[in-house]
Design a protein around this ligand. Structure first.
Ligand code: GMT
Length: 381
């Protein structure tokens, strides 16, 4: 039995994306017998819903009149150092380049100066907008570039993101030492069996499309509401919008303007995702950029077919109907096809489920992270 590792995971406490991946990774590594510590400024919702043995360090820092806002990234760095000095940490795994790879780098630098304990290794997982939007902004790009190059290992969640990273940040990552470890899904939790516990939100009378996101402009939810109106012009169906964020009010206005308010239901942030995804007829993803599309994978794992825009790494994940970024007509036609042809939807849904189980099962992918940690540790200091 190989020695268990002491692993720190740093992440944003978000409902979606990197916060989910980091929390599920932490829980699975703990299940594998490792000592896992999660550092964030709040408990991530995916961790909160689980009884798993992950030690949570909620590091918020203290407000001080000189600070414009409280620097929780410094509090996270400090909390990591504290745990490392008390018990020793082998790996600091940062999710999302900013600010976590910086916090991990800083903690490793401070630990290197300590005598008597080996400093932890820094692994950075890039998720998408940390490379394509925020990390690439001129105000952060030099630092993003630096921390990618200074990490002991860098992973991306799709081939597409690996290429984007190398194109934007080479030679920081030269000779393009980025390893692709895809996102994953708990195929037992996100399962077609969740159809057996139908949600009151999913109508038994009319077909249902579902979308889950943080309603940021990159998700183009207002565009989706328009596409849904076109797809259902002459037949009744409902659209469930799960999640919350900046474009939510605009979506309500558009639904009102198009006269479909009673068919577009805003559910807010929810934990009961399998119960909402599995009984739906189709999952819709309308993003302008998407490095992976974790919510689409969760829908596929539930046996729900996906209609999506063909952007970024989506085609590496999704087996459903893809259309070009601005081709709303085809997107709407694809939505209509799956909403109103239940046989087609079921057969695409079961193909999606098989694809998710074969390629993105949680245990198999998390073993790849575990192997990568051991490889990095074996390299020495
Ligand atoms: O969407 C983001 O801005 C951030 C990020 C997150 O933390 O939610 O989402 C990204 O990471 C997810 C998990 O790896 C991916 O599934 C999403 O595709 C990716 N978002 C984008 O690329 C827009």
């Amino acid at each position: 039995m190989p020695t268990p590792l002491r692993i720190a995971i740093l992440c944003h406490p978000t409902y979606g994306g990197s916060g989910v991946v980091a929390s599920e990774l932490a829980l699975t590594l703990a299940e594998f017998g490792h000592e896992v510590h999660l550092f964030s400024h709040e408990v991530p919702p995916r961790l909160a819903r689980s009884p798993g043995l992950v030690q949570m360090h909620r590091a918020q820092g203290v407000p001080y009149p000189l600070f414009h806002s409280t620097p929780h990234d410094l509090a996270i760095t400090s909390a990591i150092l504290d745990v490392h000095r008390a018990t020793g940490l082998d790996v600091l795994h940062a999710h999302y380049a900013l600010p976590h790879a910086v916090s991990a780098y800083l903690a490793r630098s401070a630990a290197l100066a300590d005598k008597g304990r080996r400093a932890p290794k820094v692994v950075t997982t890039l998720h998408g907008t940390d490379i394509t939007l925020v990390g690439n902004d001129p105000s952060y790009a030099p630092l993003t570039h630096f921390v990618i190059g200074a990490s002991d290992a860098v992973t991306t969640v799709s081939e597409w993101l690996a290429k984007e990273t190398c194109a934007r940040f080479s030679p920081g990552v030269a000779p393009c030492g980025v390893e692709v470890i895809t996102n994953f899904v708990d195929t037992e939790w996100f399962s077609p069996a969740a159809r057996g516990k139908p949600s009151a939100c999913v109508s038994a009378e009319f077909p249902t499309a579902v979308h889950v996101s943080n309603f940021r402009p990159v998700k183009r939810v207002p565009w989706l509401v328009r596409a849904f109106a076109e797809a259902t012009r002459d037949r009744r169906a409902n659209l469930l919008l799960v999640g919350d964020g900046p474009d939510q009010l605009a979506c309500r206005d558009i639904a009102r303007e198009l006269g479909i308010s009673e068919r577009v239901l805003f559910l807010g942030e929810r934990d009961a995702l399998p119960e909402l995804l599995a009984p739906a007829d189709v999952f819709a993803l309308s993003s302008s950029s998407e490095s992976f599309g974790l919510s689409a994978l969760e829908a596929m794992s539930c046996g729900t077919p996906v209609v999506a825009t063909d952007v970024g790494g989506v085609r590496e994940v999704v087996t459903g109907l893809l259309s070009a970024l601005d081709d709303r007509e085809t997107f709407a036609a694809n939505l209509a096809l799956l909403l109103f042809d239940p046989l087609r939807a079921r057969s695409m849904g079961s193909a999606a489920r098989s694809h998710a189980v074969e390629n993105f099962a949680r245990e198999k992918i998390v073993r790849r992270y575990e192997e990568m940690y051991r490889r990095v540790l074996a390299k020495g200091d």
